[in-house]
Design a protein around this ligand. Structure first.
Ligand SMILES: Nc1ncnc2c1ncn2[C@@H]1O[C@H](COP(=O)(O)O)[C@@H](OP(=O)(O)O)[C@H]1O
Ligand SMILES: [Mg+2]
Length: 249
């Protein structure tokens, strides 16, 4: 099985496990989230260790191992992104399985199990046109101030949604136009979404316009922009205008 097929299979299987678990204990709240994180992580990591023993792994639910920084190939895993939404019985949660090679999000699969979908970098859907007014995704629990400000300037409609994967895939699927986030995320929150969005032909970057780089010693990767390529310069300019200029002296 090639890397893309493996990512797709693991995201899909973990998603099915999470759906079955939630059907068994729908009211369990935090305990459901913890159990979902643990079981989905075990499923993905057991299989990865068996099938790709020479690759490094970074997972939200696994103790980090500093030796990973020496590896060119690293699987970056979020077994359950949008844990809060998962426990609330909502649809906006995801499973992320990505492979970064030399820091680049090269292969990825994002399962949206409650929607019965797996989006993957080897077969992304065709892009649709932007809507008018633009539709802009923000976190439903902690919308970034910069995103709210940019949305107002663009006259964009706000779409609050949980999960970085669900939001990124909403742009890939043509359900929304811009996902702009600032203030905090880790590599596992955005690596698989970035891989799928790049393969789909979207603009994917940090909010300063630089590329998202993976397998850094510190996995903190706190901001991103995903949108149509033609829209990116305008959004990046608007974010820059909000960022206080650095004082060199
Ligand atoms: N300010 C922040 N600091 C750290 N992580 C953040 C964050 N904002 C969002 N995230 C993480 O990004 C994912 C999507 O968040 P949101 O739904 O608010 O957009 C969540 O992942 P998990 O559900 O895997 O913890 C959340 O923990
Ligand atoms: Mg996450």
């Amino acid at each position: 099985m090639n890397d893309a097929a493996l990512a797709h299979t693991l995201a899909e299987q973990a998603g099915q496990l999470l759906l079955r678990l939630r059907a068994r204990m729908p009211e369990a709240g935090k305990a459901l989230g913890n159990e979902g994180d643990r079981l989905a992580n075990a499923l993905i990591l057991d299989r990865l260790r068996a099938e790709r023993p020479d690759d490094a792994i970074l997972s939200e639910e696994e103790k980090d191992d500093a030796s990973r920084c020496a590896f060119a190939r690293i699987w970056v895993i979020d077994p359950l992104d949008g844990t809060r939404e998962y426990t609330e019985g909502r649809d906006d949660w995801a499973v992320h399985v990505a492979l970064a090679i030399d820091g680049v999000p090269s292969v990825g699969a994002v399962a949206l199990p409650a929607l019965g979908l797996v989006l993957s970098s080897d077969a992304p859907p065709p892009l649709s046109s932007e809507a008018n007014p633009l539709r802009m995704l923000v976190s439903r629990t902690r919308p970034a101030a910069e995103a709210l400000s940019v949305a107002e300037t663009l006259g964009a409609t706000l779409l609050p949604m949980g999960s970085a994967g669900a939001k990124a895939m909403a742009v890939v699927r043509g359900e929304a136009d811009i996902y702009l986030h600032t203030g905090g995320q880790y590599e596992w929150d955005n690596c698989a979404p970035a891989a799928v969005a790049i393969a789909a032909g979207l603009h994917v970057s940090r909010v300063d316009g630089s590329p998202l780089v993976y397998n850094c010693a510190n996995p903190w990767l706190p901001d991103l922009l995903i949108c149509h390529k033609a829209r990116a310069p305008q959004v990046l300019d608007l974010v820059r205008a909000l960022t206080p200029a650095q004082n060199p002296g």
